[in-house]
Design a protein around this ligand. Sequence first.
Ligand SMILES: C[S@@+](CC[C@H](N)C(=O)[O-])C[C@H]1O[C@@H](n2cnc3c(N)ncnc32)[C@H](O)[C@@H]1O
Length: 615
Amino acid sequence: MTSTSSAKQSLLEDCLNWAKSNGAIIDDKIEFKLTESSGFSAFTTEKIVPDSSSPLIQIPKQLLITKDLALTHFNNPSSNDISNTSWTQLYLANLKFNNKNPPKESEFFKPYLNLLSFADSYQFPFFWNYNDLQHLKGTDLLIRINYTLRNLINEWKTMLTQLNIPLYDPDILTIHADNHLNDYINEFFLKFKNKKDSNLPPWNSFLAYLWSYCIFLSRAFPELILHEQEQEQEDDSLNQVDLNSVFLFPIVDLLNHSNNSNVIWNLNPNDKNSICFNTIDPIEKSQELFNNYGNKSTEDFLLSYGFILKEETPFDYASLTLRLDKSIIQNLKNFGLGLNDNFIVGDDKDTVQFKLFKTINNKNKLERDQLINLFGYLNKLTTEKNLNFRSVLQGLDQLTDILQQKIEITTKLSKLPMTKNSDQCHFQIIKNYINIQKKLFIGKSESIQRYQKKLISSKDPTLFNVLSFKTILKLDQLFANSILLTLGVRNYDDIIKKDCLNDIIMLWLVRISNRNNYKKKLPFELPDFIPQTFETISKNIIIEKDDVMELMTFYNKYFPQLKNSIPELYGIGEWGIRQFVVADAVIDSLVWQRKVNNEAYFIEDKTVTKNNIIF
Ligand SMILES: C[S@@+](CC[C@H](N)C(=O)[O-])C[C@H]1O[C@@H](n2cnc3c(N)ncnc32)[C@H](O)[C@@H]1O
């Protein structure tokens, strides 16, 4: 045992004794130890069989650090957009770091405060230097880190100013570049990290507040559990409970996390002055006793707890942050498919943030559907009243492009070598995180491909009709021969190579509009929606001079040459430029060209609703 670990072990003993001497009850079958991989941890000395009447850990309320203590200490400050949790964080910084004039409770909490190590906060990315963090450049995590730091600096300044307490390091307010901010915090941190606990940062420094914020992020419990039974008795009491308030729960906060742990935290039904922790599942002898911090993603674990799980977590997600014109966000909200306010973030409310969950379940399905709706909306023609399958399929291509960029960014990041001055341990965590993100983006991109494939191969006409242009070329031999003769294209691949797909679809559409003029009937069954759309557009379209001008080059390229060389096809019916303006509009409203293989499909214009979208 090193001297540091034996010192920590003795701090642990002091804290356990403090808790017990103040009424805490800890089951004899639990033993706390210091481990190399995850700090203080609890283990069973005998098999534990859950018993709801006898909790494993019971902590009197007086040992908790709550918002009430904080608000009383600061004389109930007016809130001014500052949450109760922020005041409680400032209170903890005051308890831990104020040597000269500490809050009166500071002495009482000392054994617990001593366990909350300042040096250990180096695990949180908020304290890392720019050399470490540059390996996250282009990820949402780096945006979240710096966005959070800026918010914290603001609330720290607001609270101290309100209390008439000078800011220890006002310089931090003038640092504008994020990389400088990261280095400033890191240097300030390292200055204190290696010193003894007697030489900690001043309580009114930003560093002290940031430390306290991380302690709450990684150890706090929701205050709601302190009010559980009151709520059941009195409906009104829920309104008085601040749902976002949290408290520190000594001893129980020494338990590490496992996704598989099934536990309960509650007010003691027999003694409302204490809070309990219990397990729901039995635990074998010599196993670690875990808490469960909730269904968190790797990114959340890294940001809020400074570690990532060894095993993959089903709750993983990658986030997608999109900045959009505010009017688009407003229109989308008005559109009816509902863009939930939860997804709109940022001070300017011009950004939407979605989570791409690894595993889709009933809870997060809505978020996935909203994202698909958003991209469908962005690809909707202004003339279309509703979302249809074409706009959704096209939107999914656009989403795939964005995912592809994310895959490229994460691939690049995963190959970056460690730089000078970056920490080996931080580097390794970032690498693992980046690889998990990359896998998530690849997985989502593949699932979009599968979904698109499933939609276009759907044979359910109640959903929508679909016809691929490749199939059309196989069925309509006369037309296929005509383009072979005139353009020299033998098959679909040639069309793509020669970049003339749009021209050929236009020619085919005009042929279809003339279908009743040919002596021979079409040699295949044509779905009604294609000629019908042509007719509807033809009836309603108002053709401007510019529309004609735009198509002149195209038209002159093919006419009258086609009419002269293949009159049996291009000399029958109407082949004027008007027909092509209509065909162009039909393509806009019906044709989707799939990004992965360039295949073009005619997609019937059917409204996508909650009931007919399939995943
Ligand atoms: C609530 S505390 C748990 C007690 C902590 N081990 C300690 O030493 O104080 C949360 C911290 O424990 C560590 N931790 C929790 N669960 C872990 C796990 N499954 N693997 C690694 N570290 C974990 C992380 O450092 C995290 O920030």
